[in-house]
Ligand binder design. Structure first.
Ligand SMILES: *Cc1c(COP(=O)(O)O)cnc(C)c1O
Length: 382
């Protein structure tokens, strides 16, 4: 019988407590969950608008930007990506996209679906983009938009945005940066780097529930949207329409996800209480502890140290894991120890794991729990 005998009642929903050490979501702080359980307000209630103002101010601070148009989009990180690209690109516009993992590839797909002429600048998975190749493509294409990923979660590579962003600006292009995994884990400085549109996600280093995508558009980017020759093809993601609600006027566009925004407000408060510098240090220390702790078991990092992300470490698997089947070991980690780690993607599938130490999970306890669980799973008496 595959058909359920009984209808679900609320009592049926009793998820296990997991350590979410994959590529996201990460575990939320209890204060975030408590915030999400607070009474609902209407999306035009002055009390709610005060909370929203606070979230927008905190996001500007975290993105290090003066951008007025900075808000939590009501959707996941992929919608933030789509919002940046479909607003800035029209049919036949040229765009140069750096692709060294899944998310650069997703950007290229989104841009192509928007009818743009996409130039993909590929780099090996596990390495950063080749800045010279990006700059050469920018100078020869003279695109409207240049887009790339700050923290490539599919490989664990960190991209320094500065050289590519300044070459793009020199060529008159708008710069789009994926900050889904970087925001609240390593410093993000949109204004200093000259980024025109950026997006993130609530469930990675912000340690909130999935479902919100912080986005930020510069005045240049807003001007480019305002002077399009065709309307933005997405009604929901049209920044001109979104600005009616998230800008000063506060007119209805869609119903803001009130409870999720309470959670994000609390998550942002936790970031500011800790301070970004300390938080980034905590992520770096956790990653170093991870690499050191798993080395005796035969795990070794894929990415060279100077390009490694702290919040997502890609580890080559030892023979002991391969022998049991890496998917079996991951399943046992989950079912026997309550620990989730991420599999390899694309060309790295079966060869690596992706261990996320994001936000609340970037602590020695997470690493020690994973090490203990692995020691027990990989010991010879299994
Ligand atoms: C997770 C992620 C996304 C997609 O975010 P969703 O919330 O899953 O839609 C995009 N880019 C990067 C770098 C990510 O890590």
């Amino acid at each position: 019988m595959t058909v359920r005998q009984q209808a679900h009642t609320p009592e049926d929903i009793s998820p296990s407590t997991r350590r979410l050490l994959g590529p996201g979501p990460s575990n939320v702080h209890p204060r975030v969950l408590q915030a999400m359980a607070k009474p609902l307000l209407g999306h035009l209630d002055p009390e709610f608008l005060e909370i929203l103002n606070g979230v927008q101010r905190a996001l500007r601070q975290l993105f290090s930007t003066q951008n007025r148009f900075t808000l939590p989009l009501s959707a996941t990180g992929s919608a933030g990506m789509e919002a940046c690209l479909v607003n800035l690109l029209e049919a036949d516009d040229r765009v140069v996209i750096g692709v060294n993992g899944v998310f650069g590839g997703r950007m290229a797909d989104v841009a192509a679906r928007a009818g743009a002429k996409v130039t993909r600048v590929e780099a090996e998975w596990g390495l950063p983009l080749d800045e010279e190749a990006m700059v050469a493509a920018i100078r020869s294409e003279m695109p409207k938009v240049v887009a790339f990923v700050h923290a490539e979660t599919s490989t664990g590579v960190c991209q320094d945005p500065q050289a590519i962003a300044s070459a793009a600006r020199e060529a008159g292009a708008l710069v789009v940066l994926d900050c889904v995994t970087s925001l609240a884990g390593i410093p993000v400085e949109l204004d200093r780097w000259g980024i025109d549109a950026a997006y993130s996600g609530s469930q990675k280093c912000l340690s909130c529930s999935p479902g919100l995508s912080p986005v930020s558009f510069s005045e240049r980017a807003l001007h480019a949207v305002a002077t399009r020759s065709t309307p933005v093809q997405s009604w929901y993601l049209d920044v001109g329409l979104l600005d009616g609600y998230y800008g000063g006027e506060r007119v209805y566009h869609h119903t803001a996800p009130i409870s999720a925004i309470y959670g994000l407000a609390e998550g942002l408060a936790l970031v500011s209480e800790e301070g970004m510098e300390k938080r980034a240090g905590r992520h770096r220390e956790a990653a170093a502890h991870l690499i050191e702790s798993l080395a005796p078991l035969g795990f070794s990092p894929l990415v060279p140290p100077e390009h490694r992300l702290p919040m997502l470490t890609t580890l080559r698997l030892p023979e002991s894991v391969a022998k049991q089947g890496e998917a079996n070991v991951r399943r046992n980690l989950l079912q026997r120890h309550g620990i989730e780690v991420g599999s390899g993607l694309g060309t790295l599938a079966g060869q690596v794991w992706r261990v996320g130490l994001m936000g609340e999970n970037a602590r020695p306890e997470s690493v020690d729990a994973l090490r203990k669980a692995l020691e027990s799973e990989l010991s010879s008496d299994h």
